[in-house]
Design a protein. Structure first.
Length: 361
């Protein structure tokens, strides 16, 4: 039974210079897009009682409260359902937030990236540092307690000291959850063809990451996933569902889903999706070998790591025998740690996780 839903809202007023996500400025197509989205939901969603519902983008805050309501009404929700929407700080106003709260949305994820106004201009964000502080204040006044801030480290002109100040400012605002992502410049973004000269090097990025772990964990935040930190009780249930390798619906252009052993993704362009929202771009039957590899890859992303007994039972393997050499190698170097029920990365292991995980594949 699928109990989690991701909805992609692919519209943006402007494109950030580091962004290679699927988003479009064609806001005039929003009504046709919402009609297609409703058709997709009505066709594929089977009425399951949801544990999580997540609006991502793009910029979901380009939806009006009535447009959010129009989508939300399709789902079977309870008072316990975690309903998250991503918001741009400059879109957040008190009356709007109160309307979202009334609809049942109970978790907000604000794209801060940094509190340095010069860097915000350089990466083409529309907000400034004061907008973020005001957005958090407005959200609290509207009754939101579960508020997350997203940051990027390794931005042009960013130093470890600037990043530390970002984190301290976030702590002073009293948010419950913080996500941190190292800058990756990929094909499709502005920086890919206009590479900034003053990018922090890999060692500096590593220092920023280590400093973040030190600052946040010493202030009561749990490092519960490689890029995510929260106060007790405020883990993102939706994202944990991904990392636990569970099923989920993905609705909207370019959305990915995982249902009945099939991973799928939708048409990427607005025109193709609007023309036929029921036609997937691709579907892939996940083999048992792929399932095991995904479970290992995703499980090690969590701060708690992997549960060996669970893997052995689910896949009829002897995990410690199958991966004996890899485990011994990285236990010796200190990149892996033994837990009561399995293994997890140390802080140093998180920093080279892709290298280590590639050996399990």
């Amino acid at each position: 039974m699928v109990k989690n839903v991701y909805i992609h809202i692919p519209f943006c007023k402007s494109k950030c210079r580091y962004c290679s996500f699927i988003s479009y400025p064609c806001i005039s197509l929003k009504e046709k897009y919402l009609e297609a989205l409703e058709a997709e939901i009505s066709h594929f969603y089977n009425g399951e009682e949801l544990e999580t519902l997540y609006f991502g983008g793009g910029t979901p805050s380009l939806l009006t409260a009535k447009e959010f309501e129009r989508i939300i009404k399709h789902f079977n929700l309870t008072a316990q359902t975690e309903i998250t929407t991503e918001l741009n700080p400059d879109d957040v106003r008190g009356e709007y937030l109160q309307s979202l709260k009334t609809l049942g949305i109970n978790r907000l994820s604000l794209g801060c990236q940094t509190f340095d106004d010069n860097i915000l201009k350089l990466i083409n964000r529309r907000h400034n540092a004061e907008d973020v502080a005001q957005a958090v204040e407005n959200a609290k006044l509207a009754g939101f307690d579960n508020i997350s801030l997203d940051f990027i480290y390794g931005l042009p002109g960013q130093t470890t000291e600037i990043f530390e100040q970002d984190l301290q400012k976030a702590l002073s605002l009293g948010v419950r959850h913080i996500s941190l992502y190292g800058l990756k410049i990929e094909e499709g973004c502005y920086f890919y063809t206009h590479m900034p000269e003053n990018l922090p090097d890999d060692d500096t990025q590593a220092d920023m990451y280590k400093k973040a772990i030190e600052i946040l964990t010493s202030n009561g935040f749990e490092h519960y996933e490689i890029s995510n930190f929260s106060q007790p009780g405020f883990n993102s249930k939706h994202n944990l569902n991904y990392w636990n390798n569970n099923t989920y619906y993905g609705f909207g252009a370019a959305a990915h889903g995982y249902v009945d052993g099939i991973r799928y993704f939708n048409k990427e362009t607005l025109e193709d999706y609007i023309e036929n929202p029921l036609c997937r771009e691709e579907e892939h039957n996940v083999t048992e070998k792929e399932q095991l590899e995904e479970e290992i890859f995703l499980g090690f992303r969590r701060g708690a790591g992997i549960d060996v007994e669970k893997l052995n039972k689910k896949y009829s393997i002897d995990f410690e025998k199958k991966y004996k050499n890899i485990l011994e190698k990285y236990l010796t170097t200190g990149h892996l740690l033994k837990t009561n029920n399995g293994y997890k990365f140390s802080d140093e292991g998180f920093m080279v996780s892709n290298v280590i995980l590639s050996e399990f594949l």
